[in-house]
Design a protein. Sequence first.
Length: 422
Amino acid sequence: MKRVLLIIGGGIAAYKCLDLIRRLGERGIAVRCVMTQAAQAFITPLAVGAISNEPVATDLFDLDAEREIGHIRMAREADLVVVAPATADLLARMAQGHANDLATAVLLATRAPVLAAPAMNPAMWSHPATQRNVRQLKTDGVSFIGPNAGEMAEKGEAGVGRMAEVAELVARIESLLDGAGRGDGGFGFLNVAAVRSARASLAGRHVLVTSGPTHEPIDPVRYIANRSSGKQGHAIAAAARRLGARVTLVSGPVQLPDPEGVEVRHVQTAREMLEAAEAALPADLAVFAAAVADWRVAAPGGGKIKKAAGAPPPSLELVENPDILRTIAKRGPRRPALVIGFAAETQNVVEYAKAKRKAKGVDWMVANDVSEKSGVFGAERTRVHLITAEGVEDWPDMGKAEVADALLRRAAAYLAERRESV
Ligand SMILES: Cc1cc2nc3c(=O)[nH]c(=O)nc-3n(C[C@H](O)[C@H](O)[C@H](O)COP(=O)(O)O)c2cc1C
């Protein structure tokens, strides 16, 4: 039986939790509740206990309750922690890592995924302080549902701040608990147990990611580039961060914001990318998702190359760029424990990627078809093949963020296994 720990905050929407507990119970999900002191001003522990059929915890320093179950055990036993309503104050305490009441102590002690359902007055929600706390919590890996737009409990007030409806909450909680039916192609990256073990494996590890194209100058105003958008690499960096890793992202020129909580090194050329990647070592995991130019102009012009009437167009001599993947994947004390490369091909995608995996000495290769008909460059979705020493897996069509989550989960499991076998 799946276990949800529901932390009820002190907002008007607390009454909706009674219905939420009942709906989850109907679906065979056990709900244990923690109520903040403020929550008890809105609904009683008696009502919550009667509906959940479980004792309700309210006090960090309750001797009997601590003896019976204890806040650490409560945090550990949950498959998912849901904070509803997540008040402005509770979000602030969570963002700061407070542990001075039972709700925050449990939130700090849990390794389970956390889902927050904020509910508050629209002015409180849009306040820069609340938005700052939400950004921080998202960086820390907390998922959010709502708030929705609509009428507030206060007469005449409307805007964004209503807690998500119970049906929405139930649907999100169910999908987080079993990873099914929410378009994850059966990959289960929404699966709570899998997320929890990935987080345990990656927490505190260093992950190096490269992303985007490189620009190789022809002269000070022109360059050779490619169509990589950086979406996949940036999604991988963000996913690794969400799983608790320390992440260094070496990014070529892209039109994307830096992922939050990630250390980003901005570079232009392949040679700069190699230098930044080497400087970031050692790393436990390295994912090379950047589309690095194979060649650069041998002697870029110091000034803009001028077009002269009647003169033939200049010819560009190209020289090979350093091979970042091969360089970092070389055996040696600084080689990351797991090196993953990306192969973008327009034909014979899997065959080329298999050959590239062997030639470059990388552990895994993610191959995708970037032919014009595939529309992968710059798109939100992609279809990839994962090539390992064991064989080829054809992954279904997925969003790039979903590919990032699934890949990181696999990498986390691989690293955990290696750690155990050391
Ligand atoms: C009538 C009333 C309604 C309130 N509703 C909300 C609310 O919907 N959202 C919110 O963030 N705070 C609300 N508050 C303020 C919180 O109760 C207050 O910040 C409290 O300290 C939150 O404690 P907790 O986060 O530990 O539950 C309300 C206060 C009162 C008196």
